[in-house]
Every structure is written in C-alpha cells, then in structure tokens.
Design a protein around this ligand. Structure first.
Ligand code: FCB
Length: 444
C-alpha cells in the first residue's frame, strides 16, 4: 500500500482536514432551497456534461450523519464545508428558510460532537437565481445582499464556527464565470468580468466586517492559484505567463494585501471598472487571520494573435489527472514561499484545497487509487519543504471527502477519498481514505 507522511512528520500544531461544498454534495431539490444560477446554467444545453445538476448530488442533505462519521473515522481535525445561500434564503434576500438554517445548525453540532472543527465557507458558487436576475456579481448591491446573508449565518452558527471565509475562489467567481463562461452564469464579457472581480472583493470585505463585529474569530480568504509556466524560452511567452499570473494569481491577493490591482490587468480593465473602485480598498483590505490557498496544477502559457489577453494554454509533458491537469507539486511549494515573501509575511497560511480526479471504480468492494495517494504524498512533501524554510503553513485540507458534482464536468470527475455510486448513492472508502486514516491515526 502506498503511504502518506504521518502526523509526527509535521509540526505539533499542524492540522489536517477535508473539504466539500454545499451544491456539490447536498441535493438542492431537498429542504426548500431556492433555485440557483447553477440550476439554470446546467439546464442550458452545452454548459454541463450530460446537463447534470445538483438536484440530488450525494444526497448529503439526508445522509450527513453517515458522512460526518466518515470524516471522524479518518481522524481529520478540520472539516471545510459551505452554506448554500439559496438554501438559507431561497430568494437571496428577505425571508429565511428555517429548515435550511436548521440543517446547518445540526450539521455544525454534528461536527463538534464528533470532535472536529467546522471551517465555514459562506459562498461556494450557488448564487440564488433571484439575485442572478438582478445582475448577480455584476451588480454592486451584491455586497450588501451578501452582508445580509452573512449576518443570518453569523447569528445562527457564529458561536460554534472554528474558522470562516466569505467566498471560495474569487477567480472562479470572476474570471472563469464571466470571461471564459465555463461556470455559471456563463458570460464572456470583459466589462462583466471587471465588475464581478471587483465586487467579489467588496463583498468579501463587507462579510468580514459583519463577522468581525459579531465577534467571530479566525477569519480568512480562500484563493485558487495556478502556476503559470512560459511555453517556451521567448520573451513573448514569458510576458504571456506573467499576464496570466497577474489576473489569475495576483489580482485578488494584491487587492486584499496591497490595496491595488496589477498594472498589467488594469491596462485592459480600466475602462470597464465600476465607478470609484479605488475607494473600496479599505474595505477590501479588512484585516484577516489567515489566507487559504487552493492549488491543483500548473499551466503552460503561449502568446497568440487576438484581443487581450492574447495568450492560450498549450499541452505540457507531465503526467496528468483525469481533469487533464499536469501534476506539479513544485508549484505549491513556490506559491507558499512566494505568498509569505510578497504578501502575507507571518500570517498563517492553509492549503484549503488540493487533490486529484481519477476514473475510480469499485471492484470487490474496494477502490484502488494509488495515483491519488501519490498525489497527496507529493504535495504534502511540498508543504513540508515550505515549512522547513520558515513558511507558516498551519494546515492542509484535501479536496474532497467524497466524489461529487464537479460543476461543468458533472458527475464524471471523481475527486473523493470516498467513492459514491450516483445511482445507489452508496459510499465506498477508497484506498486513499485508508491511507489518510493510517497517517492521521498515528498521533495517539
Ligand atoms: C475547485 C473548487 C471545488 C472543486 C475543485 C476540483 O476549484 O473549489 O469546488 O470543483 O476545484
């Protein structure tokens, strides 16, 4: 059996966890949740593999106790989960769906009873359809709507939450969903992108203020970073990779930690920014207690003809996951050291997502996934390297507890430590699950 490093191989205060998100696992047709832009995006041909949606997903809404037991059984310290805005406020604003709020209340108690820490993400992408109708992230009012939602969650759960981050992966909310159109709402428009990327940070800052004034502690942000590598040795490729780095990796951390946006991005965004955007950095830069980094892969970037940003991705030589993503643990090490050096200093860092998809199958009641174990092992080694060099990485959270709705790729891409049969909904722990159990049980 392939092995993972043990707890004892990390500093005594280092913590391990596993992550999921609401729309990807719960089953959004249950419990009075309102419609979301992911439901309508999925119902539109060409957006999602087989037009699959989160109506049933893993049926976690009904099976949450079994799922929390699976987490406890490994010995994880942290469970990173999210609250669905549309479950709690079906219209996005106004009336609260008691049943939805009660669900999260029980869920958080269930985590505490089992002895692991609730790490909350308030928004992991299922925007209520009623707010999408009003322009969603393009509308500056979303910051106030989101602050109201934050207040509802803080009032009910704030006393028992270990850590909280407002928004999962601002880049995906902004660029992926409004420039590339790969995620809901599926726009491809530079002005929509500039607005969404700014408003997502304004909403982040407001939400932090609400939670802070409520007395909640351990507040952070979760950004996804992707390691750009110039496709060849030319200065043009280097410039292309640098631009990719600017709008993907630097935009949000520069906004939060330096109160500005990268010049390379503003060259294209400036005419499209919302009015008086420069006045928002005090809010955007609200003090944080940690930064979370979601890391999966690198990309090879080459220049191309055409409008800004005038580059494209080219195929790379390294082994790839089922997502077609090259496996590049070095990028995680590079980001951790760079974040400390250039942005976060002594602020605690967490790896809040990392993991791989594979075409796992159950045979004789077992799932062998040695590649996933190797992926985790190699990325944990990258974390250890960074720690050895003095980077304050305080925890590592794997993606994901179980196979789930992988957005535009439907149920086809399996990231779980636990296999889910999407017909019977049966859960089967994979070899990687057992490897984690073996690694974490060893602290006695
Ligand atoms: C991240 C998302 C998460 C999951 C993984 C594979 O970008 O946060 O929901 O889809 O990718």
């Amino acid at each position: 059996m392939k092995m993972l490093p043990k707890r004892a191989d990390f500093p005594a205060d280092f913590q391990f966890g596993v992550a999921t998100s609401s729309y990807q696992i719960e089953g959004h047709s249950f419990g009075g949740a309102g419609p979301t832009h992911w439901d309508t995006f999925a119902a539109t041909p060409g957006n999602v593999v087989r037009a699959e949606n989160g109506a049933v997903a893993c049926d976690h809404y009904h099976r949450w106790e079994e799922d929390l037991d699976l987490i406890a059984n490994v010995g994880f310290d942290i469970y990173r989960f999210s609250t669905s805005w549309a479950r709690v406020m079906p219209e996005g604003r106004g009336p609260v769906n008691r049943e939805g709020l009660d669900f999260y209340d029980r869920l958080v108690d269930g985590m505490l009873e089992r002895g692991f820490k609730p790490a909350l993400t308030l928004y992991h992408w299922e925007l209520p359809a009623a707010l999408a109708d009003k322009g969603g992230w393009r509308n500056r009012d979303i910051a106030s709507w989101f602050a109201d939602f934050t207040q509802v969650i803080a009032d009910r759960l704030g006393d028992r939450i270990w850590s909280a981050a407002p928004i999962n992966e601002p880049w995906c909310v902004g660029w992926l969903s409004h420039f590339l159109g790969h995620h809901a709402p599926g726009l491809r428009d530079i002005r929509a992108t500039a607005h969404a990327m700014h408003h997502v940070l304004v909403a982040h800052g407001k939400s932090i203020r609400v939670m802070r004034s409520h007395g909640m502690k351990n507040l952070g942000a979760v950004c996804n970073l992707e390691y750009p590598i110039p496709a060849d040795e030319t200065p043009e490729a280097a410039a292309a990779a640098n631009l990719y780095d600017a709008y993907y990796n630097r935009f949000f951390v520069e906004g939060i930690f330096k109160g500005r946006y990268p010049q390379e991005v503003m060259e294209a965004f400036a005419p499209h920014m919302p009015h008086n955007w420069e006045d928002d950095f005090a809010l955007i830069g609200e003090k944080l207690d940690w930064l979370g980094l979601n890391y999966y892969t690198c990309k090879r970037i080459a220049p191309t003809e055409g409008p800004w940003p005038a580059h494209h991705e080219v195929d790379g030589p390294l082994p790839k996951t089922a997502m077609g993503w090259e496996i590049y643990p070095e990028g995680l090490y590079q980001f951790l050291t760079r974040l400390k050096r250039e942005y976060t200093g002594d602020l605690p860092l967490y790896v809040t997502e990392n993991g791989m998809a594979a075409p796992d199958v159950v045979e004789d009641g077992k799932v062998e996934d040695p590649h996933r174990i190797a992926y985790y092992r190699d990325h944990l080694a990258a974390v250890q390297r960074a720690i050895a060099e003095g980077v304050p990485v305080k925890g590592y959270i794997g993606w994901s507890l179980m196979d789930n709705y992988e957005w535009a790729l439907g149920y086809e891409k399996r990231f779980g430590l636990v296999h889910v049969d999407f017909d019977s909904l049966q859960r089967t722990p994979k070899a990687s699950y057992l490897a984690w159990k073996d690694a974490l049980g060893s602290r006695g």
